[in-house]
Design a protein around this ligand. Structure first.
Ligand code: ADP
Ligand code: MG
Length: 675
């Protein structure tokens, strides 16, 4: 069941530059020479001229051309930013941090990131008053726009990776367009807008930005041989590992491999298998250096993927779609494409939002393949058949058309605009906008769905970098006297999961964590784990986490998030860090205050139905409540496989729903009450 014979596809056969194809064999090229070798380098004068002449410009160039790292530096060297800053947005936190670090290195003179070059991502600000080139996630620029809607801090805003069409970038298109116009009308310092991408529908974007100029820079790419599997695989992870070792046996060392998988757990599992197998004396081939790349990783580890492998060693990088267009790893000759991606999806009809592993689009498949052809001719193994490929969507649907819009709607409202009339590049569906406004009304952020004025509560909610439902929990916790506990729970829910559930040791993991389990459910259980972790001495933490199957990195990250949220609370006059001690009813009521729209009711033997959209669901086996059947639960996560499962559960009482959300309960009666 091996791959079929190669089908050659030239992604681009012009501008070949074989001398550039040997990064890995030539050990040291100075960082400035590397800069001069990039395709954008020759075009810099032409680019600067275009940037000078146009207030809005679209720049299209192959991934790895040097758009993100070089263009901001060119603008800065030519002083085109004048007295303001250059802001460059990235859809992903990992990319913002790694690119800023790289640019700070390139800019040189012993500069560390945070000086002239800095970054700002959620829960981490690494800038100073000297910062002129600022990389930030699109979400951060959006937050900044809530405090200054015409973005006076910047004279140049670069919206990078525009093709990704994250919700935040999509809203930013509207915000920068408006800011530019307003600044023009008021005779303020002009705002230059640059839209960058490796691939996009230029006409669509150009039309939206008043028919602005677009420039296409020819990149350097080499042909990539594409291989499909002959039969479909149902276990793409195993196929990726097997394909890797097939390549590993045959390819020369220093021909590196990039594997695309979907998320942290899967990537770590696959890395583990490759590391173990590579040690097996029966496995032929050079040594293996296995790196991983995903959002929840600490910065230093992320940077290690850029280090060349030692001689006689093959580097394999296992990545989420971060490596598709956001970051370019030198030396890759082989790509293994699982064909899958984890994406946020939302169904207005069920009211549920979930992170779901799904098939990629053609656009993504071609971008992934292209990663193998940057330094020289490469190979891409697709872990799917040609006919499966044919069935994939052509392009990726913009996130705004498949996500819960409550957060976005709240952000738009802080600008005193109504989401119904916002100038979107592509309008989200009426249903989705309507639902978002309805949610905000139920949460008390606005008085009516048509209002463009936030209530004082709504204004407070908008100050938190959180889903409005979670902001509401924190704001209420102050009144209920359990802010400490609520902060912990919300922080734990805002990062990646702290629980490790290895496939082979699931029962063991659940057994050692049994002592933390609460009859109130998973959120209180998480709280118990966090409290216990806090009492463990610094030197024993690693062992403790290992013994209890807790991801130490993620729990430490949750702690940082908690500290940040505590700061926001203080700024919002929620300064008193009250604790409810053992009276956990207060905490559970707070959770209901924010999450009454996420409640499920028992119908019969372990079968539940969501109150909001009457979806039939069950408890996920990993929940500590899964053997019990409380009458009512609230949930924070939905996992969809062939069935719909709820995870992150807390038991609640019917009387609380009536007390806390009387308005909502008028239209969403409990079955037990109606019969
Ligand atoms: P683009 O935005 O056009 O995709 P980039 O500016 O991100 O291109 O990348 C230009 C080059 O910089 C790539 O060859 C990439 O390998 C290199 N690069 C980016 N970040 C790092 C890093 N942290 N270490 C080493 N090289 C890097
Ligand atoms: Mg880039």
């Amino acid at each position: 069941n091996g791959p079929s014979s190669p089908k050659k596809i030239k992604l681009n056969d012009e501008n070949r530059n074989p001398s550039n194809g040997q990064i890995n064999n030539k050990p040291k090229i100075s960082i400035q020479d590397q800069r001069r070798n990039l395709p954008v380098f020759d075009k810099r004068n032409k680019l600067l001229d275009l940037i000078k002449r146009h207030k809005t410009l679209i720049i299209l160039a192959e991934t790895g051309s040097g758009k993100t790292t070089q263009i901001p530096q060119y603008i800065f060297s030519a002083r085109l930013q004048e007295n303001g800053k250059i802001g460059i947005t990235q859809p992903r936190r990992v990319a913002a941090v790694s690119v800023a670090t790289r640019v700070a290195q390139e800019y040189g003179h012993g500069m560390s990131v945070g000086d002239t070059v800095g970054y700002s991502v959620r829960f981490e600000d690494c800038t100073s008053n000297k910062t002129k080139i600022k990389f930030l996630t699109d979400g951060m620029l959006l937050r900044e726009s809530m405090f200054d809607r015409i973005l006076m801090e910047y004279t140049v805003v670069i919206l990078d990776e525009a093709h990704e069409r994250t919700i935040h970038t999509d809203v930013l298109f509207g915000i920068v367009k408006r800011a530019q116009k307003t600044r023009e009308d008021r005779n303020l310092a002009p705002l230059k807008i640059i839209i960058m991408s490796a691939t996009m529908d230029v006409d669509h974007f150009s039309r939206y930005f008043n028919n602005c100029q677009a420039v296409y820079l020819e990149g350097r790419t080499f042909p990539v041989n594409i291989y499909y599997t002959i039969k479909p695989h149902d276990d793409y992870q195993t196929s990726c590992v097997a394909t890797f070792f097939k390549i590993h046996r045959e390819a020369p060392p220093n021909h590196d491999v990039l594997i695309f998988l979907t998320g942290q757990e899967e990537i770590e599992a696959c890395a583990h298998r490759i590391r173990m197998l590579a040690k097996d004396p029966d496995v032929k081939g050079p040594s293996v250096k296995c790196c991983t790349l995903y959002a929840a990783q600490p910065g230093a580890q992320q940077m290690s993927v850029f280090q060349p492998a030692p001689p006689n060693t093959r580097k394999v990088v296992i990545s989420t779609n971060i490596a598709e267009t956001s970051v370019t790893i030198p030396g890759i000759r082989y790509v293994i494409d699982s064909g899958m991606v984890k994406a946020r999806t939302f169904h207005p009809s069920t009211g549920l939002e979930l992170l779901k592993v799904q098939k990629i689009s053609h656009e993504q498949a071609w971008q992934r393949a292209g990663r193998a052809g940057r330094d020289s001719e490469g190979h891409c193994y697709r872990i799917y058949t040609r006919s499966q490929f044919e069935l994939m969507e052509k392009t990726t649907t913009p996130e705004i058309q498949r996500a819960n819009l409550a957060t976005v709607a709240l952000q738009i409202l802080t600008l005193e605009l109504h989401p119904n009339y916002f100038d979107f590049l592509d309008k989200p569906s009426k249903d989705a906008v309507g639902l978002a406004c309805e949610q905000l009304k139920l949460l008390g952020a606005v008085n009516s769905v048509d209002s463009i004025i936030l209530t004082p509560l709504g204004r407070k909610m908008s100050k938190f970098p959180l889903d409005p439902r979670f902001s509401k929990i924190l704001i209420t916790a102050q009144q209920y006297g359990c802010l400490q506990e609520a902060l912990t729970v919300v922080s734990l829910l805002s990062g990646e999961s702290i629980l490790i559930n290895p496939v082979t040791k699931q029962a063991e993991a659940q057994n050692v964590r049994q002592k933390f389990c609460s009859a109130y459910g998973d959120h209180v259980t998480l709280l118990n784990i966090f409290r216990e972790f806090d009492t463990v001495g610094q030197n024993n933490r690693r062992t403790w986490c290992h013994e209890h199957f807790i991801n130490m990195r993620n729990i430490l990250h949750a702690r940082e998030i908690r500290a940040q949220l505590e700061q926001v609370c203080k700024k919002c006059d929620l300064g008193v860090m009250s604790s409810c001690g053992g009276d956990l009813d207060r905490l559970r009521k707070c959770l209901v205050m924010g999450l009454f729209m996420n409640v499920a009711e028992l119908v019969r033997d372990h079968h539940y139905i969501t109150l909001d959209k009457k979806q039939s669901v069950q408890f996920h086996p990993s929940s500590c409540l899964h053997r019990q059947q409380p009458h009512l639960v609230l949930f924070t996560e939905v996992v969809q496989t062939n069935k719909c499962y709820l995870r992150g559960l807390t038991t609640v009482e019917a009387a609380w729903l009536q007390e806390i959300a009387p308005e909502y309960m008028k239209t969403h009666t409990l079955r037990s009450n109606s019969s």
